[in-house]
Design a protein around this ligand. Structure first.
Ligand SMILES: Cc1cc2nc3c(=O)[nH]c(=O)nc-3n(C[C@H](O)[C@H](O)[C@H](O)COP(=O)(O)OP(=O)(O)OC[C@H]3O[C@@H](n4cnc5c(N)ncnc54)[C@H](O)[C@@H]3O)c2cc1C
Length: 212
């Protein structure tokens, strides 16, 4: 599957949107979708991840913390190795040009963005075991040169056994304005992004809105 170095991918997306397509990015915190319509917009796409819990009054939106460790690629790994997740624990090593991403955790309701040393050390041990199982040797120095330990929140939407019950639909409004929700992507927001964006465009065009 394709993999993206997010340090390059996100700036590329931003420049495509702003420079190539003439979009604008205005950082601000909003308290409701109505507040955005009140600024004069005829159509709004709600892609606020965890924020959608409040903005769409959706109690199924739940943060799941993920912790990872970035290390220099001292073992020359080119591939990705992944052990299927057993709920809170899943192990993976993703190789990029000059660094590796070691993961991870999947912690329901945890919102502290400071990585926990115990969890990070457990990730290193599991990734070493995963690499050995995958036939990679010399894993002792895997985490000798650490770049950063990071924690982020996955914007899940828990419905029944599903953690990624994506909500992608137009909400009917009595004022005739167009509100499209696109959230709940949990662990897979990058993977699903282009497909979901295409569906959002289809919904907007069906409502008579011209896309960029
Ligand atoms: C450790 C980790 C590893 C991951 N690995 C992968 C992976 O390998 N593959 C994959 O596909 N996905 C992965 N994900 C998940 C992926 O990052 C998410 O699914 C994706 O970011 C969701 O995108 P989003 O735009 O819906 O929400 P977000 O990325 O959360 O963006 C929502 C935006 O809305 C803004 N916002 C929220 N509320 C408001 C408000 N009231 N006013 C104004 N702005 C607001 C936020 O500031 C934010 O900028 C990973 C996540 C983590 C934490």
């Amino acid at each position: 599957m394709p993999k993206m170095d997010m340090r390059r991918y996100v700036p590329w997306l931003e420049s495509r949107y702003v420079q190539e397509l003439g979009g604008a990015i205005e950082p601000m915190c909003v308290n409701s979708c109505d507040e955005v319509f009140a600024m004069g917009y005829e159509s709004v796409v709600n892609c606020t991840g965890i924020g959608a819990g409040k903005l769409a009054n959706d109690r199924s939106v739940t943060p799941y913390r993920g912790q990872i460790l970035r290390v220099r690629n001292l073992i020359g790994l080119k591939e990705c190795l992944l052990e299927e997740s057993r709920e809170e624990i899943g192990s993976y090593v993703f190789g990029f040009d000059d660094y590796l991403v070691l993961g991870g955790t999947f912690e329901r309701g945890q919102t502290n963005l400071i990585p926990e040393p115990t969890a990070i050390e457990a990730i290193v041990s599991r990734c070493q075991a995963l690499l050995v199982a995958g036939g990679v040797t010399q894993v002792e120095k895997l985490a000798d040169e650490r770049i950063a330990a990071l924690a982020g929140l996955r914007p899940c939407r828990d419905i029944g056994p599903l953690h990624e019950a994506v909500r992608l639909e137009q909400e009917h409004r009595s004022d005739g304005k167009t509100l499209v929700h696109n959230y709940g992507h949990g662990r897979a927001g990058v993977t699903l992004s282009w497909g979901c964006a295409n569906q959002v465009v289809e919904l907007l065009e069906a409502a008579g809105i011209r896309s960029l």
